[in-house]
Design a protein around this ligand. Structure first.
Ligand code: TXA
Ligand code: MG
Length: 352
């Protein structure tokens, strides 16, 4: 299939037409589009055949459900049953934006979209291109991240082209995704609201609206713990993985740097290629390997925005090993560490 690439001029968005993309979506075809978190691989959420195409294009297991993207809060009552008051409270504060809610699905949402579950994930994105596509097409858009299953999520159209060219009908290039990490997922189908995936909307921010909110034990676990069953089916798969073997180093900064250097030296002496994921504060302290800074430690938003891109950069360079510093485990860094740990298959070296 020849993939159409539509480049969008951000500064003149009102005058851009999305009619071709909208026609494709209405006809059950797939269109990748930018959102404020990562690029999405969109298809009609109410069309089981379109959902099947999404799984096929991604090479994704079909028990891993899709998020349905909407453009107006009214859609909640169309797609979900027994919508609790908490959903409207969260929508009021965080929508449109990087928050996904799990609710009981209504009849019209096919099991092909929810991976066979009786619940449905719903999000109202804030990116102007995403908003217009949904509103103007009149299609509720099911969209996972637009990467091949197992690859880091795409934060630029170039990343989507790498993974999806020839596999889908169209890619809309709307520049870099601003946040760079996927949405926060909150499950509202249990007695107590629970965070299933941390993201840009942090625990602290959610607590201001729902003080009773908790976090799924699988999210905070530092290990791939077989006894803890992840509530979001996607969280059980190895994810975001770069091709090089990624290891995270934890401990005081000095010890981390020394341990990474020692390991990098050994690998380089064995003629193995090494990438080092460093920060602005530390990047000059690594004499071995390809050193890349993810940003300043004082700017968690910058680190979040660069994480998936830097993992892909190491793939492009073709390093066999990636040695990474670690980050705090609170606020936005909780989401950063969650993605990094998953990318590393929970391979962590303690340096103290
Ligand atoms: O920011 C985002 O959420 C991006 C953009 C494109 O909107 N989308 C995204 O989709 O990250 P995806 O498919 O890569 O991740 C969806 C996650 C998976 O971990 C999936 O298991 C979980 O949401 N999920 C979807 N429906 C669910 C449900 N009914 N119950 C529990 N988890 C669900
Ligand atoms: Mg994904």
């Amino acid at each position: 299939m020849k993939t159409i690439i539509q480049k969008v001029n951000q500064t003149d968005l009102e005058n851009v037409s999305f009619s071709e993309a909208e026609k494709l979506l209405k006809n059950g075809e797939l269109v990748a589009f930018p959102t404020e978190t990562v690029y999405g691989l969109g298809g009609n959420a109410l069309d089981e055949t379109a959902a099947k195409k999404i799984y096929a294009a991604k090479g994704r297991p079909s028990d891993n459900p899709l998020i349905v993207h909407i453009a107006s809060v009214d859609a909640l009552n169309v797609l979900a049953n027994d919508v609790p008051e908490a959903a409207y409270q969260l929508a009021d504060v965080f929508w449109p934006g990087p928050l996904t809610m799990i609710l009981n699905k209504s009849k019209i949402v096919p099991y092909g979209t929810t991976g066979g579950l009786d619940t449905v994930a719903i999000r109202m994105p804030s990116h102007p291109v995403a908003k217009r596509l949904i509103a103007e097409s009149g299609v509720y858009i099911a969209a996972p991240s637009a990467n091949l299953s197992g690859r880091p999520s795409p934060t630029t159209a170039q990343h989507v082209i790498e993974d999806m060219d020839g596999r889908i009908a169209m890619i809309i290039d709307g520049g870099s995704a601003q946040i760079g990490l996927e949405s926060t997922i909150v499950d509202l189908t249990q007695d107590k609201p629970m965070i299933l995936r941390p993201g840009f909307i942090t625990m602290e921010k959610l607590k201001e609206v729902l003080p009773e909110i908790g976090i799924d034990p699988a999210v905070v676990s530092k290990k791939m713990n077989k006894n803890i069953v992840a509530k979001a089916p996607g969280m059980k798969y190895r994810h975001y993985a770069p091709k090089g073997e990624l290891t995270i180093f934890e401990g005081t900064m000095d010890k981390v740097i020394a341990t990474i250097n020692q390991m990098a030296k050994e690998k380089v002496e064995q003629n193995l290629s090494v990438g080092i994921l460093a920060t602005d504060e530390t990047k000059d302290k690594y004499p071995y390997g390809v050193v890349k800074s993810i940003g300043s430690r004082n700017e968690e938003q910058e680190i979040a925005a660069h994480l998936f891109g830097i993992l892909r950069d190491f793939d492009t360079i073709g390093v066999s090993y990636i040695l990474s510093e670690s980050f705090e485990d609170n606020s936005l860094s909780q989401a950063i560490m969650n993605r990094l740990l998953k990318a590393a298959g929970y391979q962590v070296v303690q340096c103290d």
